[in-house]
Write a protein that binds this ligand. Structure first.
Ligand code: NAD
Ligand code: UGA
Length: 471
């Protein structure tokens, strides 16, 4: 391996969210000689990253609290001082949010790049000397071109050569999944670095080489790297929609989706991961990244390709609606005034994140039908649920309302049905005999994740519906 001349001593990461915080914490733990500033405009978020109460970190990820406590204030710093941190850094990660555009051209599909543009402008204004700018956010193909233009125009606008600025732009998308972020960062399947200048690519590769074998580091051009990230998420989401579509067919035909998943997953060409039927995929990225891909396809005149990927999203929405309809149907065609316990609101287990969670649309559909929901989730803050459902808790005048519960049993009291929406480990071990004894008969257990001990539930007198298995 060639010795690279440019050594990174100070990193600035703009954006202290689900990606910026955990990613920088792991780099700090693996590279004690690199000083890392994680900066954000959101002072409440930064205060929580600096909180002495490690259970109050803004992101819940197994193992994150330990790493933060080891590195914080040694070589890992959380701050709102964006400008000075940019000035000090020789490598800057852009890890800001890139949601779907809400209005204007491309609304509802294209990525809103205003946060990327704002942070690139800040870098252009405050960076000094040679600075490697790394796209960590997920971005449409050719965004690096825009970033390069912003960075170079800053020098053109200036009368004098601004602090000897010299920029190089890399793409280094993040593949971590929430709930397993620390494990994924410590032992990734691969690291992808796209760039044009070898010295900068190797400067970033050298950081990862502190704990990752070079064989796992893929070097590509900028555009392949940007497009690979969107493509990876689209393929993963496509698998979930594929198995969810087959789950419905299983119910209609008497096949069992778990058996089908196992049978096809044993084919090494298909592989056994991402074949679990569920209530539809959630999370902040799958939907927005596919929308972004669809927008790009249309932009480049590839309507048929856009239609193909649109199908993945259609099946997802259809799956969410199909589940709420099935619940209403099981409860004699109406849920009006009935209490329903909802187990899990996060979009998957081991995270407090609810962005695009299928629970939001399924719960909203049930509330719309007049149900009274009691929601239990071990990690999601009730305020977040309120924001997501966009209505006030316990609206007394209305029979349709929702509450949060501190326990499964409290949620279950007098309920007509329990609906499992998130695959939290603890839902596998519920004592259904105890739970069914406090419910109203006839009582249903709807398992949209196929994780409960259904034999125990059935023998406790519950009527059980499991996705892709029973009809
Ligand atoms: P997030 O919303 O949790 O965090 C982004 C942070 O950036 C926010 O705290 C926001 O205040 C901050 N920010 C925005 N503009 C800023 C500016 N100009 N200066 C300083 N701070 C600024 O988002 P996230 O989930 O961490 O995602 C970030 C990016 O990473 C997105 O592009 C996303 O698609 C991608 N990604 C996310 C995941 C994931 O699991 N969440 C995984 C891989 C990739
Ligand atoms: C996903 C990708 O897995 C990451 O590689 C990527 O970095 C990230 O998006 C991103 O770009 O944000 P994440 O959304 O955190 O990660 O979680 P996943 O494990 O991919 O799950 C996504 C959704 O699909 C969840 O709602 C999950 O419950 C659902 N899912 C997943 C299934 O229903 N069945 C499966 O077999 C797998």
């Amino acid at each position: 391996m060639k010795e690279n001349k440019f050594k990174v001593k100070t990193i600035c990461c703009i954006g202290a969210g689900y990606v910026g915080g955990p990613t920088m914490a792991v780099i700090a733990s693996k590279c004690p000689n690199i000083k890392i500033y994680v900066v954000d405009l959101n002072d409440e978020r930064i205060a929580r990253w600096n909180s002495n109460d490690l259970s109050d970190l803004p992101v819940f990820e197994p193992g994150l609290d330990k790493i933060v406590s080891q590195c914080r204030d040694k070589n890992l710093f959380f701050s709102t001082d964006v400008n000075n941190s940019i000035k000090e850094a020789d490598m800057i990660f852009l890890s800001v949010n890139t949601p779907t555009k809400a209005k204007g051209i491309g609304a509802g599909q294209a990525s809103d790049l205003k946060w990327i543009e704002a942070s690139a402008r800040q870098v252009a204004e405050f960076a000094e000397g040679k600075t490697i700018v790394v796209e960590k956010s997920t971005l449409p193909v050719r965004t690096a071109e825009t970033i390069k233009q912003i960075l170079s125009s800053s020098r053109k606008n200036s009368n004098e050569e601004q602090h000897n600025q010299e920029f190089s732009v890399l793409s280094n998308p993040e593949f971590l999944a929430e709930g397993t972020a620390i494990k994924d960062l410590q032992n990734p399947d691969r690291i992808l670095i796209g760039g044009e200048d070898e010295s900068s690519i190797e400067a970033l590769a050298e950081i990862y080489q502190n704990w990752i074998k070079d064989e796992k580091i893929i070097r590509t051009n900028l555009w392949s790297s940007e497009l690979s990230k969107l493509t990876a998420n689209a393929f993963l989401a496509q698998r979930v929609s594929s198995i969810n579509s087959i789950a419905a067919l299983c119910e209609a035909t008497g096949a069992n989706v778990n058996e089908v998943s196992n049978a096809i997953g044993r084919d090494s060409r298909i592989g056994n991961k991402f074949l679990k039927a569920g209530p539809g995929f959630g999370g902040s990225c799958f939907k927005k990244d596919i929308l972004n891909l669809i927008y790009l396809c249309k932009f480049y005149g590839l309507q048929e390709v856009a239609d193909y990927w649109e199908g993945v999203l259609k099946i997802n929405t259809w799956t969410q609606n199909r589940i709420s309809k099935a619940i209403v149907q099981k409860l004699f065609g109406t849920v009006s005034g009935k209490k329903i316990a909802i187990l899990g609101f996060a979009f998957k287990a081991d995270t407090n994140d609810t962005r695009e969670s299928s629970a939001i649309s399924i719960c909203s559909n049930l509330i719309e039908e007049g149900a009274n929901l009691w929601i239990y989730d071990p990690k999601v803050n009730p305020k977040q649920i309120e924001l997501d459902l966009n209505i006030q808790s316990s609206c007394k005048e209305s029979i349709s309302s929702w509450n949060t519960s501190d326990s499964i049993i409290e949620a279950a009291i007098d309920s007509d049905a329990i609906v499992v929406l998130t695959d939290w480990e603890q839902f596998k071990y519920v004592n259904w005999e105890e739970v069914s004894s406090v419910m109203r008969s006839p009582s249903w257990l709807i398992d949209t994740r196929n994780i409960v001990n259904h034999e125990n539930a059935i023998s406790s007198g519950l009527r059980v519906w499991r996705i892709g298995i029973d009809n």
